[in-house]
Design a protein around this ligand. Structure first.
Ligand SMILES: Cc1ncc(COP(=O)(O)O)c(C=O)c1O
Length: 404
């Protein structure tokens, strides 16, 4: 139908299919969701307005929307062992906005990890709503080992007296000590928000420590390691769930994207199966292997390794920038992203780092041998080999491990 009615868009979408099939994504925030998830996301329920919550909608005809949202919520609660879930956030950023509106309020004080240290825009960056609406203080990581300095977090928390402390980041490869964060939050009377956008799948599968039981509220994206459709989600303790719900709707959003919520329900169902745990174990094993392989050949890895799917490469000694390697990688058929490293002397569009992630390659079924081959290609690209010379290796891997 699309091809006949709108060949222009159909062609572009076909091209994206080919691009994904013929290249390998090592972008840590991306994954490939299942055909079942994609089918749910393109269903007719995209037409339905369902402002409000199950049983309390502002539109008629919501009985199916109610049922789907309840399935998604129940599965989310079961998957993470949470008290309450809100599956309506359109994205990780709106999930964070809603939580900060609920728990800090306009002009409320918040404390999060700085963007340049691996935090996210929505954790108080001054050019984001999170830095404009809220009074944000920012903590960093230690320059020598790239780890969160809990003493600095405590010092800033005492100084700034935040209502909300945010634990989590976009390029932090290590497990976070949520108990220690909760202790600091308690000392200053703050609530703790754990943003697990990146490691959500690893945490759901219990291959990384969970913030549940420590954090008052947990936000995440559903499309990274969790391998669902694009979207966000919030888990909350029962006593604050009502405030969170009101902050999502009507606070931060209008009608929920019911087709995406259907996709989330399917993805959570997949994540509850035993195969999901073995998948996450492989994701983690592959990241450790990749970090070890790159180190063995002389590259510096921020924090010396990883506890998650993320490997953050420090290129300072290699006489090449993150932007240069990103460009070379594209020619070879690899999608990677340049990334600032702690204390990066270069600007954000150049950077001295490379962020790699193993979730998508593992979804394609690749194993340790393939990860070593990918590591060799990255080493070659950093050394300055002709990127085109590595293209056949990556193409052969893509052909042998098709998209789900
Ligand atoms: C830690 C963290 N929080 C929030 C987000 C925001 O997600 P979205 O792009 O869905 O708004 C991201 C996205 O990369 C993230 O890494």
């Amino acid at each position: 139908m699309l091809r006949t009615q709108d060949p222009e868009v159909a062609d572009w979408l076909m091209r994206e299919d080919r691009r994904q099939a013929d290249s390998l994504t090592l972008i840590a925030s991306e994954n490939h969701c299942s055909a079942a998830v994609r089918e749910a996301c393109q269903s007719r329920i995209t037409d339905k307005y369902a402002e409000g919550y199950p049983g309390r909608r502002y539109y008629g005809g919501c009985e199916v929307a109610d049922a789907i949202e309840l399935v998604a919520k129940q599965r989310a609660v079961e998957l993470f062992g949470a008290e309450e879930a809100n599956v309506q956030p359109h994205s990780g950023t709106t999930a964070n906005l809603a939580v900060l509106l609920a728990l800090a309020g306009p002009n409320g004080r918040i404390l999060g990890m700085a963007l340049k240290s691996g935090g996210h825009l929505s954790h108080g960056y001054d050019k984001s709503h999170s830095g404009m609406i809220f009074m944000a203080a920012q903590y960093g990581v230690r320059a020598d080992d790239g780890r969160i300095d809990l003493d600095e977090v405590r010092r800033l928390a005492k100084e700034h007296q935040p209502m909300v402390i945010i634990a989590g980041g976009s390029s932090y490869p290590r497990a976070i000590d949520y108990a220690a964060f909760a202790g600091i939050a308690k000392e200053v009377g703050a609530l703790l928000l754990a943003d697990i956008a990146h490691p959500a799948g690893l945490i759901a599968a219990a291959v990384m420590p969970s913030p549940i039981g420590h954090a008052d509220v947990v936000t995440m994206t559903t499309h990274k390691t969790l391998r669902g459709p694009r979207g966000g989600m919030i888990l909350a303790k029962r006593d604050i769930a009502k405030r969170i719900n009101s902050a999502v709707f009507p606070g931060a959003q209008g009608g929920p994207l019911m087709h995406q919520i259907a996709g989330k329900a399917v993805a959570f169902g997949e994540a509850l199966r035993p195969e999901f745990k073995s998948y996450q174990l492989r994701v983690k094993e592959h990241a450790a292997l990749l970090a070890g392989h790159l180190r063995e050949y002389g590259l510096d890895i921020v924090t010396g390794g990883t506890d998650s799917h993320i490997v953050l490469v420090d290129l300072r000694k290699a006489d090449v920038t993150g932007a240069q390697v990103e460009e070379r990688a594209l020619v070879a058929g690899l999608s990677v992203n340049k990334n600032a490293i702690p204390g990066d002397p270069r600007p954000p569009m150049i950077t001295s780092g490379l962020r790699l992630g193993t979730a998508a390659a593992t979804t394609r079924g690749m194993g340790c041998d393939e990860i070593r081959k990918i590591g060799d290609v990255i080493l070659g690209l950093i050394r300055g080999d002709s990127p085109a010379a590595h293209h056949p290796t990556i193409q052969a891997l893509c052909n042998a491990f098709p998209l789900p």
